[in-house]
Design a protein around this ligand. Structure first.
Ligand code: WT7
Length: 699
């Protein structure tokens, strides 16, 4: 029992003190707006679109779509024919028309406390324009794909918005991914250029990013796809680098009016050993030298509403990552509107989302949504536990954060250390707390609400996906009575349904497949390069509906409760991983004949990876082999996919037709003996043997 916990089943009323200024101050107002948003989307979104800048105005219906595979190809079009540029809306529009030039866009807080930087809207605009000109000088054109593999620095936002400004399509790869994963993503989207950095620190650990990027580019070359340019930001080696002619290191930054170094920023950087950077002069170019003498003005490329905006890869249940494609106007309107209403954004807010920009949460709710609203945000490079477990709350106090958005896994991690480190901070500025990534368990919810928020701040539990672009089911802080663990009700324009196995819609309370009945502006448009896969993953199972892949329960009051994935996907620390992808990295090891991976509940990560491996005849299972396998998966996919348990499985439970019974493996991993119906199992002795040898503790 956690000391500060309130009664479990109590409904927490919406925040009284937010109502006076709130955009949506009551449930009645929510219902009224919701009815309008689904009854007359053209009018609802049309009004919202008036706040944005359009080069060519829109005419015709707001949306045009087909969600039913039996009626032909799936398509979604939003404001087609109108032209705009998101970068213009996020920066120029805010500076020129809303007079926000001097407002801080980002407070950058480095890994090391005291390492900080601030950038205003005007400065960000200048830096983005400069880098847009750099990209153009490197031959990047409208429609080209650019891969970005960078730590959480302002230049990551600069690089992404520079792509957007010139109509190029960014594909950001989380900097924790391996060389193989980066290579796979570059190849799939055929990126012509890579933007990366020398390295960064995660807590005490130095991550040498450039050598990983180099390895990925080598792998691309080996596969017949040479990426012509790699732009490297000197994030760590800036001050220390010396020019050594003919050396293998990048040229030192020539003295030039680099905006980053002079008037525009006040950067404090503690000295840390900088990495040795391998340098290939045929491909590599230095970010800083490229900026020399480059103009900070750049006319935006006007794009059609349905031009591609970005590709972001997410795990697919077959193992191959899917390139989720989002397009310009729908995504812009949806992220801007969800940000404004779900966090009840006000002009004096200081907002902080702890996600990495390498994931969709960072795309939508660090870059696009907040900037579209002219918000001030914190961009944090570090870890919640470095240099100590009070870091997050120190940052909240330092910047007077009003709206704070994080993941259940981070809350559970910090909860482990008790309330004392939290109580060292004031947190008096906080008004709204948010969570995303997985269902939040009631213990974590109560701790977040009682200890972090001092029982003053509503929690918005936002359910959504890489594919949805923005929030789908979520409370609104001044309107929705909260039930801990429920993502509550649909956002405007979202029409959820719960289907049973035969595809029938359930009325009232019930549990089944969560689907959406009609498109919303932020929905993905396709899987890049594979439209058929898009249709078969999301639309084939239940014609007429977008299928989320999540199970969901609706209670007697109409609240939605996500029950978790119903496909072979695992949710580790709020990130989806496909079991097939981990299995295929395991079987690539010469000693492994077969592998099956299932999830096992984990107190902090939500789920952990429990792997069963069948070795080839004659190979003995050993601690050394286990370590090799763990490394193999880590190297293939990245640290987030590192197996927690590896069990030697002389044989796997299979049906008579040879299908692995994962349901049984899940029970073994959890040590649950109630196996249910196992009449289809070919050989039942296998199960007993696996129970006997199960792993009890992770290494
Ligand atoms: C999957 C999407 C959306 C950004 C982060 C993850 C799970 C996400 C919640 C929530 C219950 C949630 C679902 C979903 N999920 N948010 N509030 N409650 N489950 O993006 O990697 O595309 O994963 O995360 O299972 O399908 P993603």
């Amino acid at each position: 029992m956690i000391p500060d916990q309130g009664p479990r089943d109590a409904v927490v009323p919406p925040a009284e003190r937010l109502k006076a200024r709130a955009h949506v101050p009551s449930m009645e107002r929510y219902k009224e707006l919701y009815e309008r948003s689904v009854g007359n989307p053209d009018e609802f979104w049309g009004d919202i679109a008036k706040d944005f800048f359009w080069k060519t105005k829109h005419t015709g219906p707001f949306m045009d779509y087909n969600f039913d595979v039996t009626k032909g190809e799936i398509f979604i079009k939003c404001m087609e024919g109108a032209s705009t540029n998101i970068c213009y809306n996020l920066l120029d529009h805010n500076v020129l028309h809303r007079k926000l030039g001097d407002k801080v866009a980002f407070y950058w807080e480095g890994n090391e406390p005291g390492d900080e930087l601030r950038v205003t809207y005007r400065e960000l605009l200048q830096r983005v324009c400069q880098f847009s000109n750099v990209l153009k000088s490197q031959g990047v054109k409208k429609g080209d794909r650019v891969s970005i593999y960078m730590p959480m620095v302002v230049e990551l936002v600069v690089a992404m918005l520079a792509c957007v400004r010139i109509g190029a399509v960014h594909s950001i790869v989380f900097a924790g991914f391996s060389a193989d994963s980066l290579c796979e993503r570059i190849l799939d989207s055929q990126c012509s250029l890579l933007v990366t950095a020398d390295g960064f620190y995660r807590g005490d650990k130095l991550i040498n990013l450039k050598p990983i990027a180099d390895e990925a580019l080598q792998k691309c070359r080996d596969k017949g796809f040479p990426v012509s340019r790699c732009i490297m930001l000197k994030h760590l080696s800036k001050e220390t680098e010396q020019a050594t002619p003919g050396s293998q290191s990048p040229p030192a930054k020539r003295p030039c009016p680099d905006l980053q170094q002079n008037k525009q920023t006040d950067r404090v950087r503690k000295t840390r050993p900088a990495p040795q950077v391998p340098w290939n002069p045929d491909v590599d170019v230095c970010w800083h030298s490229l900026l020399c003498g480059v103009s900070d003005e750049c006319e935006p490329e006007w794009c059609d509403s349905e031009d591609p905006l970005f590709i972001l890869y997410t795990s697919g249940s077959t193992g191959k990552p899917k390139g989720v494609l989002h397009t310009v106007s729908g995504y812009m309107l949806y992220t801007a509107t969800t940000f404004k209403l779900v966090f009840d954004y006000q002009a004096d807010d200081v907002y902080w989302c702890t996600a990495d920009i390498g994931w969709i949460t960072g795309h939508s709710y660090i870059t696009y949504g907040p900037l579209a609203n002219g918000a001030t945000s914190v961009l944090f490079e570090g870890l919640p536990t470095y240099p100590d477990v009070g870091r997050m709350w120190d940052i909240v106090d330092k910047y007077h954060i009003t709206k704070f958005y994080t993941a259940p896994t981070a809350i559970r991690l910090l909860m482990k250390y008790g309330s004392e480190p939290v109580h060292k901070s004031s947190r008096a500025s906080l008004k709204v707390l948010g969570t995303v990534g997985e269902p939040i368990n009631p213990e974590a919810w109560h701790w977040y609400y009682n200890v972090v928020g001092d029982k003053r701040c509503p929690i918005v539990d936002t359910f959504w996906q890489t594919e949805t672009g923005g929030h789908m089911l979520t409370p609104l802080p001044a309107a929705t009575p909260l039930k801990p663990g429920s993502a509550t009700f649909p956002f405007f324009g979202v029409v959820p349904a719960i289907l049973n196995e035969s595809g029938e819609e359930l009325e009232g309370p019930g549990e089944g497949y969560l689907v959406f009945k009609q498109p919303w502006p932020g929905v993905m448009r396709t899987v890049y390069g594979d439209h058929q896969r898009f249709e078969s993953i999301y639309f084939n199972k239940f014609p007429g509906y977008y299928v989320t892949g999540d199970g969901c329960r609706r209670d007697g009051d109409g609240y939605y409760w996500i029950t978790g994935r119903i496909d072979d996907m695992l949710n580790v620390s709020g990130h989806l991983l496909s079991t097939a992808e981990v299995e295929s990295s395991l079987v690539e090891h010469p000693a492994v004949a077969e592998a099956a991976v299932v999830g096992r509940p984990h107190a902090i990560k939500g789920e952990s990876l429990y792997c069963f491996v069948t070795l080839i005849q004659g190979v003995a299972f050993s601690a050394a082999l286990e370590a090799q396998l763990r490394k193999q998966v880590r190297d293939k996919i990245g640290a987030i996919a590192t197996p927690d348990f590896i069990q030697n499985a002389p044989a796997l439970p299979k049906t008579r037709s040879g299908k692995i019974m994962r349901r049984v493996l899940r029970k073994i991993a959890r040590n649950e003996r109630d196996l249910g119906d196992i009449s289809t199992l070919a050989e039942s002795s296998v199960v007993e043997q696996l129970f006997e040898n199960r792993c009890s503790a992770a290494i």
